[in-house]
Write a protein that binds this ligand. Structure first.
Ligand code: FES
Ligand code: FES
Length: 155
């Protein structure tokens, strides 16, 4: 079926299999491989992206469900290796080890700080509750989010 999706500001038309997942379309059709695939069961958050301004787990959505809608991925607005302040903070705080979870984490942090520019530690933890990390123990991820929050607020 033909679908039309705005991906990072560009409208694309794809002829998708009705069973095709959104994460597969983003990775394989748009070649935006910053969105990762982990569990394929809505558990890990590696595939997190923004759909019409809400974070979603794109492994559990069909590409067809994005028809006429707006998708933002971790690459939005920049060409790798360009990074935003959240990604810089993850690097500076060593908020990743293998990095597999990081793009999904970054998408959740973008959403969190857009909704709540001054989150408490508990609010940060809740904002990242859908994103699992097998490596870091989360301590440095929390440090990274605090650093971005404080820098944006001029603290
Ligand atoms: S790959 Fe989508 S939640 Fe794990
Ligand atoms: S840094 Fe390896 S899973 Fe998070």
């Amino acid at each position: 079926m033909l679908i039309s999706v705005e991906v990072n500001g560009e409208v694309v038309t794809w002829d998708v299999d009705p069973r095709e997942t959104l994460v597969d379309a983003i990775r394989e059709r748009a070649r935006l491989t910053g969105t990762h695939v982990g569990c394929r069961s809505a558990s890990c958050g590696a595939c997190t992206l923004s759909l019409d301004g809400l974070t979603v787990k794109s492994c559990c959505l069909l590409a067809a469900e994005a028809d006429g809608r707006t998708v933002r991925t971790v690459e939005d607005g920049r060409t790798p290796p360009e990074v935003d302040d959240i990604q810089e903070a993850f690097i500076a705080a060593q908020g990743m080890q293998c990095g597999y979870c990081t793009p999904g984490m970054v998408m959740s942090v973008r959403h969190l700080l857009a909704q709540n520019p001054d989150p408490s530690d508990d609010e940060i933890r809740r904002g990242l509750a859908g994103n699992l990390c097998r490596c870091t123990g989360y301590v440095n991820i929390l440090k990274a989010v605090r650093a971005v929050r404080d820098a944006r607020l001029g603290r």
